[in-house]
Design a protein around this ligand. Structure first.
Ligand code: XBP
Ligand code: MG
Length: 252
């Protein structure tokens, strides 16, 4: 039985649906700008999401022969341009937060729960989303922003969660992860965290066996009820995910 002291949030797919209309579009803009023919359509990008990290994703596409070979420095350059395009898309307000995200974040913050981010995404991309979708005040409200290349191995390895826990000095048993993908769930699980999964179009058919709660959305009180996909702790009345539900998961 453990108290909920900390929530670590994944970013892409969890805070907002950034992949299909954000990151994917930005990669294609960078490919076009560099005079490359490769484009990642919606279905192809879904396959490529099994590889976490944008640079790693390009490297994978090259290695399987779907993009011409380019040296790693060129991949990093392309990725830097992609990040600039992504920042512009986010600054234009194209990607809203998912339902219930702000409600849960604000409720947890008011309740004194430590909040942090644990993501594979590049810090500059994370900053853009915080500034334009959440609001600048959240730069001070998150106690740790763990992102990108600061750890040797990206999700599904546990490194980014372990990094955030160590930075905060908070035990895994008091921390809940919020994720949207199979790779994210594996990462949180390997770090010893309980985990709530909110699926999306790209992740709905992935494997979340033994996750603590799997839902279609966090949802809102005054909106139609969410779909509960799995409910390990037998929580009652999950019409939307509340802070009370998250606390019950930790003691369950
Ligand atoms: C997100 C990722 C990232 C983004 C693109 O995974 O894998 O690579 O797709 O961001 P998660 P970058 O949500 O599990 O953290 O291009 O900045 O890597
Ligand atoms: Mg994610």
């Amino acid at each position: 039985m453990s108290e909920l002291k900390c929530m670590l949030w994944d970013v892409d797919g969890t805070l907002a649906d950034t992949e299909r209309d954000g990151h994917r579009v930005a990669f294609n803009m960078a490919f076009e700008e560099a005079g490359m023919e490769r484009r990642w359509d919606i279905a192809t990008y879904g396959e490529l999401l099994k590889v976490t990290g944008g640079k790693e994703r390009m490297q994978f596409d090259i290695e399987r022969g779907h993009m011409p070979h380019i040296p790693y420095e060129k991949i990093a350059e392309l990725h830097a341009r992609k990040t600039i395009h992504y920042q512009t898309l986010i600054a234009d307000g194209l990607i809203p937060l998912r339902s219930g995200v702000l409600r849960l974040l604000e409720g947890a913050y008011q309740d004194g729960i430590t909040l942090g981010v644990a993501t594979t995404t590049t810090p500059a991309a994370l900053d853009a989303l915080i500034e334009h979708a959440l609001g600048k005040v959240w730069f001070d409200r998150f106690a740790v922003l763990a992102a990108g290349d600061i750890v040797p191995h990206k999700k599904p390895a546990p490194d980014i969660y372990n990094y955030a826990l160590e930075a905060l000095g908070i035990a895994a048993k008091n921390t809940l992860a919020l994720e949207d993908s199979g790779n994210g769930w594996l990462s949180a699980q390997a770090a010893g965290l309980k985990c709530v999964v909110t699926v999306n179009g790209y992740t709905a058919n992935q494997n979340f066996d033994d996750a603590d709660l799997v839902v279609s959305e966090f949802g809102e009180r005054d909106a139609p009820a969410i779909e509960v996909i799995s409910n390990k702790h037998d929580l009652k009345a999950v019409e939307c995910v509340t802070l009370s539900h998250l606390k019950q998961i930790m003691v369950g």
